[in-house]
Design a protein. Sequence first.
Length: 185
Amino acid sequence: MIAFTENKKMEFFMRVVVAVFLALALSACGSADKPFLGFWKVQGDRFEYLKIEKNGEGHLLTRYGNSILDGSVERKEFPATIKDNTLTIGALGVSGVYKESDKTLVLNGKQVFAKVDDAEALKVIEAKEQEKAQAEADCKALQEEVDRKNQELKGKSKEEWNAYVKSLDGRKPKRCWLKNAGMAW
């Protein structure tokens, strides 16, 4: 059995205290970004999601939203930093603050995002991508129909062609631009 002197007991006690203190201090490291990590949805009716994740020593922000050009799901990635409860997206000159009171992320003091479940966000994003793919397929099929009808009615009554063109209006998916499908004059 080992006998401890009073000095040895004190030294052992101090080592335990220092070890516990270091463990607590180290466990707090990196937790400043915890509220930011995950998926965020913009408040309102617009389709826009942000995903914030660790990327090595820094962070990566991925934006999912509608493309201005064709409405497709656009995915863009930006390096980001999180420090002092502030998210900074350097490439865009955008900063965001996590508001603990209502658990929201506010970008540039204007855009408000609410935290959402990862599975829910991925489901919505995937559904939007499938919707776009279906619209593209429908538009392509409609274009093929227009091309056939154009050949079929070539040299025939313009009234018949114009009636056909009018019938397309209710069948065209959003952002479907058909070639050679204009009214005949």
